[in-house]
Write a protein that binds this ligand. Sequence first.
Ligand SMILES: Cc1cc2nc3c(=O)[nH]c(=O)nc-3n(C[C@H](O)[C@H](O)[C@H](O)COP(=O)(O)O)c2cc1C
Length: 443
Amino acid sequence: MLHLNAFLMGVGHHEAAWRLPESDAFAQTDVEHFKRLARIAERGKLDSLFLADSPVLWNSIGRRPAGTLEPTVLLTALAGATEHIGLIATASTTYNEPFNLARRFASLDHISGGRAGWNIVTTAGVEAARNFNLDELPAHRDRYERAAEFIDVSLKLWDSWDDAAPLGDKAGGVWGDDDLLHPPHHKGRYFRVAGPLNVPRSPQGYPLLVQAGSSQDGKELAARYAEAVFTAQQTLAEAQAFYVDLKRRAAALGRDPDTIKILPGIVPAIGATEAEARALEEELDRLIKPEYARQQLATTLRVAPEDLHLDRELPADLPSEDEIQGAKSRYTLIVTLARRERLTVRQLIARLGGGRGHRTFAGTPEQVADAIEEWYRSGAADGFNIMPPVLPSGLEAFVDHVVPILRRRGLFRTEYTGSTLRDHYGLARPANQFARVPVAAAH
Ligand SMILES: Cc1cc2nc3c(=O)[nH]c(=O)nc-3n(C[C@H](O)[C@H](O)[C@H](O)COP(=O)(O)O)c2cc1C
């Protein structure tokens, strides 16, 4: 079965979505807007919903609705508005401490009854570094080394309570068994954490671990820890190569490759006819103000904005991926896309305006279902990150018109069969690394 995740972003992934007459330009801080989206996704029985994040004001506030709610706080509200759907929040390993974050995700997992997921990112961009006492972005390799230790510490903290530690023994007057706490006393290169955590082990043991950077370091991290991987892939061949590579890396580390689910993004512009879908895409692209996007593209490519002529192709002389310390894989994707399709800067801006490098696709529900099925059946994906260009209408169109087709083809569930996020992804509850009593016997 396919896995489908709804990637929610304000009033849509297309950068000009907010300018459509139907859009509420201020919805990005409106909890009712997100509750509505969550309920639509749950109506479609999607595995999960997901919020991106970075501890920085992402772009010029002139360009599009800016300023976002903190994702774990927002997901706590959405946990109360839904019953089944998984809730995945992004949080940075570069600008957090493991104890705080492990506690926050354990809390979300308790509050949601086992539906929490953590999208682990290392945060590209010097602007975020400057919010955390730094002048420069820490080097890419360092960020990923810190991320690995951060996850190790978090896992130790989540496992620092045996499942059987809370007893609630009223007759004996013993609430919990101190011997079933396992303080990590971690001392590493980046962190010193005594523990134990101040939250008992949560329904899922710990949140589903999701990873979203596709550089070499990112893939290594994913192969070691991730249970789901979000990725941007433009072509079937690239997606297949990524899929094979990541599954192989996981297998080489002794993992069952089926326990790492790979979800490329797709930005589907859906219309009753292909012409209608294309008209929506064209209308959105027409509403982009290229000067903002050109500025951002120049920063990404590390060139002066004046060097990017809207009606010419990218300059020939651009840095190699090795020189990029920020988002390596996205940089390479953008340059490869522009060169392969010989796009002018204006055309590239329109492509990126739709989904920031994710695959954009305009078509009927049948065509969108075909596009999804093709990648799924050709070993390019275990599922998809659905990134509607306009919200809520794009999510409604997907749930009401594409999901039923996927069901008819036997590719997608008709009902939730489990209660936790790991259940939806077909993954087992992880054992406690310190457990002396097997989990099943503990209850
Ligand atoms: C679907 C998806 C969502 C992402 N969300 C975030 C995010 O919310 N915050 C973030 O800092 N990076 C996020 N990333 C990762 C960045 O886009 C970028 O790929 C990463 O920082 C670069 O890692 P790399 O250098 O390993 O390629 C996301 C990536 C994907 C594919």
